[in-house]
Design a protein around this ligand. Structure first.
Ligand code: BGC
Length: 512
């Protein structure tokens, strides 16, 4: 966050301290002891030196999948996934108090407090209920219409209710990191010709401004605005206008640029962190620039490290302080498994070269729904090294791996979600240059547990997910010479020996 932001926080803290001092004068001297539990000041990178909240409900779903994995190695990897921090999504008003799909926000905040050790802990929260949500697709359409009435409900029943909980002093020691409204502002940059997006546009702007204002007013909340991904906003003709739009919305808030701590890319998408065999997007093959390939369509940003560096540069040029940090959702952008290339192609045709070299195995970068073959990416980690220009605060898991992006056929529901053919593996989509979607078949509604996809995500993880100790030798243990065995089971044997007075053997170290 900005030095401007730090000043604002200091001012807020100072105001609070002055008020507390005034209270102390009026009340009994014992009140002064409350200052011992003063909240920590807003920091630049909330992830630095912090652990992150592990959602017990998600962990239980993963543990349950592990018991059904039918493969000891896969099950062990799943159990590593169960220990990872994932974000908690407030995807409708009822998610705040809890509904059939999960526990409410208070449950998670209380658990985060219980998980906190001596150091700081980050609680990843997703704000996702704008009026007219998901205006360019159908799978995650929401409950609130793009109308004044929808916006009024968004403010009072959704944002105000969340902010009231977060502001509870019980939670002042959590670093709450809010991912603000995935896909919303990016849709206004590239999809404004769509009538639904035109209708939503004023409500997206007003809703995001309101969320930023309310959440920034709580000193331990950190706002990160969603910026799509490299295959969406990477082109200069999209990236430039995006930076301008984000700056406009930030400037419309009470605290201005200081209400934004950073930006988050690749939320719920599968665009790779790095294309290791296409490190330079400006080269030509066979005399043709590889970025003109049908996969990259002249986009310079082949991966998320390119894109975050690009966006950081443009955002700072648009007025954001250089201290803003970037997050990348690496929950599903791994692309490992048997189809991962191991070297750059030797083809002299630029399209073949790109297709054989890229680790992203989708047919088109616009294929966003449950892409078959994707794997889990980097495990969550703070301040990842090696990407200086990207200004990364952390790799995070915003989309919990194993939760669907959308149903592959019509499924009735009361959440406003609809059937998007991008989730149908039999559909040839005009949005994908008339190619099949590549979606995983048999998908449930967006947000629901999708075990078949989860298995592939774990199996195709890159880097490979460590799986703890997997027993490979299943023969019962034998008894070393000189020892006496007790009752032998399939996995253990108790051993005993009789002490001897003979000290002639041994190394001499303990031979007395
Ligand atoms: C869905 C949400 C869900 C989220 C996380 C979105 O695509 O629309 O309902 O909470 O994914 O899985």
């Amino acid at each position: 966050m900005s030095t401007h932001g730090k000043r604002a926080v200091r001012q807020r803290l100072r105001a609070a301290t002055t008020a507390a001092a005034a209270m102390a004068l009026l009340a009994a001297p014992l009140c002064i002891t409350t200052s011992a539990s003063a909240a920590e000041a807003h920091v630049d990178n909330p992830f630095a030196g912090a652990t992150q909240y592990v959602n017990p409900t998600y962990a239980a779903a993963v543990e349950s999948a592990a018991t059904r994995a039918g493969d000891a190695t896969l099950a062990a990897k799943m159990r590593t996934v169960a220990k990872q921090p994932t974000a908690v999504w407030m995807d409708r008003i009822s998610a705040i108090t809890g509904n059939a799909d999960g526990n409410g926000l208070k449950f998670h905040l209380d658990n985060a407090v219980a998980q906190k050790g001596a150091g700081p802990i980050v609680f990843n929260l997703v704000i996702y209920d704008l009026p007219g949500r998901d205006c360019f697709a159908l799978a995650s359409n929401g409950e609130l219409p793009a109308t004044d009435a929808g916006l009024a409900r968004y403010k009072t029943e959704y944002i105000d209710a969340i902010a009231a909980l977060l502001a509870d002093p019980k939670y002042q020691d959590l670093r709450i990191v809010a991912t603000i409204e995935p896909d919303s502002l990016p849709n206004l940059v590239t999809n404004i010709s769509e009538p639904a997006c035109q209708q939503s546009a004023p409500y997206y702007r007003a809703g995001v401004k309101y969320a930023l204002d309310k959440l920034h007013a709580i000193p331990n909340v950190y706002n990160y605005i969603d910026i799509g991904h490299s295959g969406w906003l990477g082109w200069d003709s999209n990236a430039g206008p995006s930076a301008t739009l984000f700056a406009e919305v930030a400037k419309s808030t009470t605290a201005g640029f200081a209400s934004v701590d950073g930006f988050v890319s690749d939320v719920a998408n599968t665009t790779p962190l790095v294309e290791p065999y296409l490190p330079d997007s400006s080269i030509s093959v066979g005399g043709t620039p590889i970025r003109s390939s049908s996969f990259y369509e002249w986009n310079f940003d082949f991966d998320e490290t390119d894109f975050t560096a690009h966006m950081h540069r443009l955002l700072v040029a648009a007025g954001f302080p250089s201290s803003i940090g970037m997050l990348i959702d690496t929950s599903r952008n791994g692309w490992g498994g048997p189809n991962r290339p191991t070297a750059a192609s030797t083809s002299t045709n630029h399209n073949t070269y790109v297709n054989e070299s890229k680790v992203d195995k989708r047919v088109h970068r616009g294929a966003w729904c449950n892409p078959l073959g994707a794997g889990i990416g980097e495990l969550p980690q703070a301040t990842p090294s090696g990407y200086t220009a990207s200004h990364l605060d952390a790799f995070v898991w915003i989309k919990p791996p194993g939760e669907s992006d959308g149903a592959s056929s019509e499924i009735e529901n009361d959440q406003g979600k609809r059937f998007d053919r991008m989730c149908d593996p039999t559909f040839v989509s005009p949005k994908l240059s008339n190619q099949l979607t590549g979606a995983t078949p048999g998908a449930p509604l967006a947000g629901q547990w999708f075990e078949a996809q989860f298995k592939t995500l774990v199996a195709n993880a890159y880097p490979v997910i460590p799986g703890g100790t997997t027993p490979t030798d299943t023969t019962a243990p034998s008894v070393p010479a000189g020892l006496t065995a007790g009752t032998t089971t399939t996995t253990s044997v108790p051993l005993s020996w009789t002490a001897s007075t003979d000290n002639s053997g041994g190394s001499g170290v303990a031979g007395y």
